[in-house]
Design a protein around this ligand. Sequence first.
Ligand SMILES: [Zn+2]
Length: 74
Amino acid sequence: MGYYRAESSAERGKPASEKGYRFLGVANGWGDTPPEVVRCRQLGHQTSDAETRNQYHVVTCDECGYSFEYDCSG
Ligand SMILES: [Zn+2]
C-alpha cells in the first residue's frame, strides 16, 4: 500500500475515486472481505460512509486509501 497523503485543501473535497484511492468494488459481491478492509477494521480506523446513488453507499478510509461501495437495498 503506497498511498501517502500529501493532500492540499483542494484535494480533500474530492471524491475518493479522484484521490487515487484503491477501489475495492461492491461489498455485496465480495466472496471474502479484502485484506485491506480486514486490517483496517483491526486497526479501528474511522471510515466515512456516504450515500452515493440510489441505495448505494460508499465507504472510504483515508488512513488506508481505499474505498468500496455497498448496496443497502437488501
Ligand atoms: Zn483504514
